[in-house]
Every structure is written in structure tokens, then in C-alpha cells.
Design a protein around this ligand. Structure first.
Ligand code: C2E
Ligand code: MG
Ligand code: MG
Length: 616
């Protein structure tokens, strides 16, 4: 680094006299303190502690370049404090600014010769000589480190070298920290909107939940309405513009203390500041809703945007970030579905999301430990009452949340990517049970277990191979396990689920359609899939005693089924009247509380034993 010594005789000429600015040794304490400083403030505080100590008779200050690169902001250094002086200097046109522009140290031996500069007024305070050293780190000049003294020509080579060495260390340290800060900023920023990104806003939420000093936070889960339509019909540029515009509008109605982030897609999250309870969070949600009212235009089109907002407030710190987010998400879903405006998560939503959280966390362990199991509901011959088989129904009696429905178990496993593991585990469990039952009751050998599969389970391309391998491993035959397709009405031709059904059919696996008559089914199903059985849903069965059209539908379908060799089963039979009508309409098989409830396997064993005729 070079140094300019201002020649007092040529105040505007600045004839530099090159002096030695080589590095001097600094106290170890200073170097330790500087290298462990963790922020710009820390770095300046270290300078404030050490500069007055190392150049004792001078007053020292620092001038920092402002964000717009046009000015210098002045701070006094002293007693380990950095005090704003409330003064700003133009970089162009000031002597201190010149040190920044030229990146050279400037020594002013007598400011009385510089009365036209910003140093002039210092004379009244008794200052005579001034030293300005640029603070440089890499390619950046952060400002200047300055010292002033009451003697003329006070700053000679030793003090110049000392302040230069200090400034060099300050510059290096500032550079390291601005780099870290800019990397951290980039890693925490959503590129499109400039808001906090998903990770940053979720980290912030987690931190707020862990802050034991403050009340637990309230959050707003915002999902834009109509975003997909804009994206699909006007292109991604329009979609992006809408996201940016909405982000600006949301920022406009939030206080700076409330953190706003983009979770991804068209989802945003607000983590409210301390002291905002659920009630106030709802008021914020109303402001956000209002901010959406104004139409959004892009090119020649214009739409009225909207936002569905779910609000959740943590009642205690035992609330996890994931749980709070799920509650707000569930409330948002209600807001979207019912178009009610912002919805606040209530006790019902809380309980439900707590249960979902438990299902997600504990599913794997519950399979392993046997907490999830199967109950079996016998299928009977409607006239003889003989047990023809049983349907395996998934059960999870949770110690905290009670009975968790099979829909919820399957649904969560599908959503969390564990459906294949659950499916393989389920089939293995059912086959093992069935094999042991067949061994125990040789006459049961001809009975079949019904095993439910959702379309998503059937979409697993390896399902058929896994199915065949599993039943073989347990010594069962292909017709011992009937695949019962739930929601079969949603399976389209050409899908992976349909391919699996065709594969299973060609391997002689028996396929039944569940929930028949619930509205999704058409007669085409008889020919589209390789099916062997249909199960009339309880909603249709319960109509039979009072509705002649329900009776006509069941009678017609049962007739067609019989014609083409398909077994028809009545499900959910609760009354004798329903059972009688089923028989009248041509159904041979039935299932329902009247005939037998779903039961644990040991109860089924006992029932079979009880109903098996004793040999003389
Ligand atoms: P589903 O296959 O139609 O099973 C029949 C459901 O009706 C069972 O409910 C059963 O307990 C109930 N039920 C039986 N008889 C009666 C009755 O007389 N009256 C009434 N009101 N209900 C009766 P559950 O066990 O809660 O199962 C509900 C659904 O969950 C099943 O409907 C099936 O779609 C699905 N599910 C159960 N286990 C599995 C499984 O292992 N995998 C898949 N994918 N789905 C399963
Ligand atoms: Mg079923
Ligand atoms: Mg059913």
C-alpha cells in the first residue's frame, strides 16, 4: 500500500511522498480478538478497543462506505464503543473520500492548510494533523480508519505503519464476514421473490418455537387462488410476475417484525412477531386478503387474484414446527374448499394433525412391533350361513389417538412414500395368517382371504411379482388371496394400476371390485378388467328395503354378473330385512355386522372352531 503525504504548501496538489507502510507487529491480544470477531459490529468494536490503546494520544474514528457507494458514514472509536457521529461525507469531493477513491493512505500534517475540506472545522477542536487509512479487503474498500492529533505533523512513519496494519486486518476480516453474509443471504433467499426461502422461514419458525423467553408464535399459511390457471394459460412469465407482485403486496401489509417466506409454488408463510396471538393473526390474514382484491394484470390480461389463508397459533412450546405447519395447512385447505376467507385451526384440526403427525412418525415402528394389524370379517353364504372366507381389514389402535382408520393409514403411507413397504408388509402378514389358519383348519383350505388394494397400491409396477412371490413363500395358491380393488372406479385404461390388474388376471389371481354401486362404476367394468367378483357397497344395500330402484339396480347387475360368471357379494348387511332382500335379488354371498363383525384373528379362530361341525 502506498501513502500520500500531503504537502502543506500545495493544499490542492497532494504531492505524495512515499513512505513505508509495511506491516508492523501487533499485540497478540488484538489479533486474537480480531480473528474471533463474528460480525461487522464485532470487528469495529475490536478496533474501537485497540486503536485508542495503540495510538494513545490521538482521537480515532472510522468512516464506512454507505450501501449506495456514494457517501461515508462517520463513527467515533473509543472505550470499546463505536458511536455514530451523525455525519456523512460525499466520497467525491471530500479528503477522506479521496483515501477511498485512490485507496491510498493520506497524511495531512496541518489541517489549517486544508480549511476548504471537511477537516477545516476540526481546527476549532484543536486538531492539527490527520491520518486517513483506507480499509481494504480483497477488491473492496470498506471505508477509512482515521486518527487525529493536536500536534502538527504528528503522524510519522511508525504511526502510519501501525494504523495501516490495523486497517489491513480490519479490511480482511470485514471481507470474510461480508462474504459469509452474502453466501448466507443467497442460501436463505427465494430467488424469484427475494423473500426468505422455505428453509429459512422454517428455520425461523423452529427458532421462534425454541425461544423460551417469548410467547409461542402464530403463523399464516397462504395459498394463492387462481395461480395455476395463470401459469397454465398465460405462461410461466405471467405466473412468476404474479408471485412477485403478491409477495410485494403481502410485504406491504405486514409489519417488518413479521417474517414472510415463500414455501414453494404459490405457497407463502408468515411467522408473526412475538405478541401476536391467534386473534391478531386473523386480523393480519384479513389484511392480506384485502391486499389481494386489486386486480393483477400482465400484458393484456387481468385477473382478480385471491388467497386462501390458514392460521394456527402454538399454545405451547411442545408444538413442533411441522405440527403447527400442518395445522395451518389443514385450516388453509378448509378456507380454500369452503371459500370462507381465512380459517383459524381449531381443536378439531389440532387433534387431527397431531394424529397425522403420529401416523407419519410411528408407521414404520408400528408395522414392526405389530401395533398395526389386521382384523378379519367373515364372508358368509347368505342362505346356509357358512363362512366362505374373510376380508382382511387394516387396524391401528393407537395408545394416544385411538383407532386410526385404514383410509388414514393408507393415505398417509401414500403421501409419505411408504406405501410399497406397507403393501408388502400387509400382504405378507395376511398370507402368513391365512397359511396358519389353513393348517389349523384343513376344511378351511377352500376359503379365500380378501385383501384390499387402492389404485395407488396397484400402480406399483412390481406389485404382481411381489404378490406371486409372497403367496408362494407362504405355501398358498393363487386363488387363496382375492385382490379387492377399492375405488376401482378411478382406474383408467392405460394406467399403471390397470396394467397391474391385467397382469394379476393373467396370472390367475382372483380380482374383486369393492364398493360397487357407489356411483363411479359402469357396466363397462365387467369387460374392462379381468374380474371375478363384485361387492355391492353398504350405501346401496341400506337402500334396498326402502327403494325399489335400488332393488332394480342390484337385481339387474347381479343377473348380469351371474350370466358372465362373476360372484356378487352384498356388503354392510346390518339387518335381517337387508339380508333377505339380497337373497331375493340373487346374491349368494354377504358380509356385514349382522353376519359377523370384523374381529382379531384369534376371535376368528374361535368362531371357526365353534362353527365347525364336531366329528362324531
Ligand atoms: P371396505 O373394503 O369396503 O371394507 C368394509 C368396511 O365396512 C370395513 O370398514 C368394515 O368394518 C365395514 N363394515 C363391514 N360390515 C359393516 C356393516 O354391517 N355396517 C357398517 N356400517 N360397516 C360395515 P373399515 O375396516 O373401517 O374399512 C374401511 C375401508 O378401508 C375399507 O372398505 C377399505 O376400502 C379400506 N381398507 C381397509 N383395510 C385396507 C387395506 O388393507 N388396504 C387398503 N388399501 N384399504 C383398506
Ligand atoms: Mg374391501
Ligand atoms: Mg366395500
Amino acid at each position: 500500500m502506498t501513502t500520500e503525504r500531503v504537502d502543506p504548501r500545495t493544499p490542492t496538489g497532494f504531492v505524495p511522498q512515499h513512505v513505508d507502510t509495511s506491516i508492523v507487529e501487533l499485540p497478540v491480544g488484538f489479533i486474537d480478538a480480531m480473528s474471533s470477531a463474528e460480525s461487522t459490529d464485532d470487528i469495529l468494536r475490536v478496533a474501537a478497543t485497540w486503536v485508542p490503546a495503540l495510538i494513545p494520544l490521538a482521537t480515532s474514528s472510522v468512516a464506512l462506505v454507505t450501501a449506495d457507494d456514494t457517501e461515508l458514514e462517520l463513527f467515533a472509536l473509543g472505550g470499546s464503543a463505536v458511536l455514530p457521529l451523525g455525519l456523512r461525507l460525499q466520497i467525491d469531493g471530500s479528503l477522506t473520500g479521496r483515501a477511498v477513491r485512490t485507496r491510498q493512505t493520506i497524511v495531512t500534517p496541518n489541517i489549517l492548510d486544508e480549511t476548504g475540506t471537511e477537516l477545516g472545522p476540526l481546527a476549532a477542536d484543536g486538531v492539527r494533523s490527520v491520518l486517513n487509512v483506507p480499509i481494504i479487503g480483497g477488491s473492496i474498500c470498506f471505508g477509512t480508519l482515521n486518527a487525529a492529533h493536536s500536534e502538527e505533523d504528528f503522524f510519522t512513519d511508525p504511526s502510519v505503519r501501525l494504523l495501516s496494519t490495523i486497517a489491513r486486518l480490519v479490511g480482511l476480516q470485514l471481507r470474510v464476514h461480508t462474504q459469509i453474509a452474502s453466501q448466507t443471504h443467497a442460501a436463505r433467499t427465494d430467488v424469484l421473490t427475494g423473500l426468505l426461502n422455505r428453509r429459512a422461514i422454517l428455520d425461523h419458525l423452529a427458532e421462534r418455537l425454541q425461544d423460551h423467553e417469548a410467547a409461542p408464535p402464530a403463523i399464516l399459511f397462504i395459498d394463492l387462488d387462481g395461480f395455476k390457471a395463470v401459469n397454465d394459460s398465460h405462461g410461466h412469465a405471467a405466473g412468476d410476475a404474479m408471485l412477485v407482485e403478491m409477495a410485494r403486496r403481502f410485504e406491504g401489509v405486514l409489519r417488518t417484525e413479521d417474517a414472510l417466506g415463500r414455501l414453494g409454488g404459490d405457497e407463502f408463510l408468515v411467522v408473526c412477531d412475538e405478541g401476536v396471538d391467534g386473534h391478531r393473526a386473523m386480523q393480519i390474514a384479513d389484511r392480506i386478503t384485502e391486499a389481494c382484491v386489486e386486480p393483477f394484470g400482465f400484458g393484456s390480461f387481468s385477473i382478480s387474484p385471491g388467497a386462501s389463508i390458514g392460521v394456527a397459533a402454538a399454545r405451547s412450546r411442545s408444538h413442533t414446527a411441522a405440527q403447527l405447519l400442518n395445522e395451518a395447512d389443514a385450516a388453509m385447505y378448509l378456507a380454500k374448499r369452503n371459500r370462507t376467507g381465512p380459517v383459524r385451526a381449531d381443536a378439531h384440526i389440532e387433534a387431527r394433525t397431531a394424529r397425522i403427525g403420529a401416523v407419519d412418525r410411528e408407521l414404520d415402528a408400528a408395522m414392526e412391533s405389530g401395533l398395526i394389524s389386521f382384523h378379519y370379517q367373515p364372508v358368509r353364504h347368505l342362505t346356509t350361513g357358512e363362512i366362505l372366507g374373510a376380508e382382511a381389514l387394516l387396524r391401528w389402535d393407537h395408545p394416544v389417538h385411538g383407532m386410526i382408520s385404514p383410509f388414514e393409514i393408507i393415505g398417509r403411507a401414500e403421501m409419505t412414500g411408504r406405501i410399497e413397504a406397507l403393501t408388502a408388509w400387509s400382504l405378507d402378514t395376511v398370507c402368513r395368517t391365512w397359511a396358519s389358519l389353513s393348517k389349523e383348519f384343513p376344511h378351511f383350505w377352500e376359503k379365500a382371504a380378501s385383501f384390499n388394494l387402492s389404485p395407488q397400491q396397484l400402480s406399483w409396477r412390481g406389485y404382481c411379482d411381489m404378490h406371486l412371490e409372497t403367496i408362494e413363500r407362504h405355501g398358498l395358491r393363487r386363488h387363496d388371496v382375492i385382490v379387492e380393488v377399492v375405488e376401482s372406479g378411478t382406474i383408467d385404461v392405460g394406467t399403471a394400476a390397470e396394467a397391474t390388474l391385467q397382469q394379476l388376471g393373467s396370472e390367475d389371481v382372483i380380482i374383486g371390485l369393492d364398493d360397487f354401486g357407489t356411483g363411479h362404476h359402469a357396466l363397462g367394468y365387467f369387460t374392462r378388467f379381468p374380474i371375478h367378483a363384485i361387492k355391492f357397497d353398504r350405501s346401496l344395500i341400506m337402500e334396498l328395503p326402502k327403494s325399489s330402484s335400488a332393488r332394480s339396480i342390484v337385481k339387474g347387475l347381479a343377473h348380469i354378473a351371474a350370466e358372465i360368471g362373476i360372484t356378487a357379494v352384498g356388503e354392510g348387511i346390518e339387518t335381517q330385512a337387508e339380508a333377505d332382500i339380497c337373497v331375493e335379488l340373487g346374491l349368494e354371498q354377504g358380509q356385514g355386522f349382522l353376519l359377523a363383525r370384523p374381529m382379531p384373528i384369534d376371535d376368528l379362530r374361535a368362531l371357526i372352531r365353534h362353527e365347525t361341525p364336531q366329528r362324531p
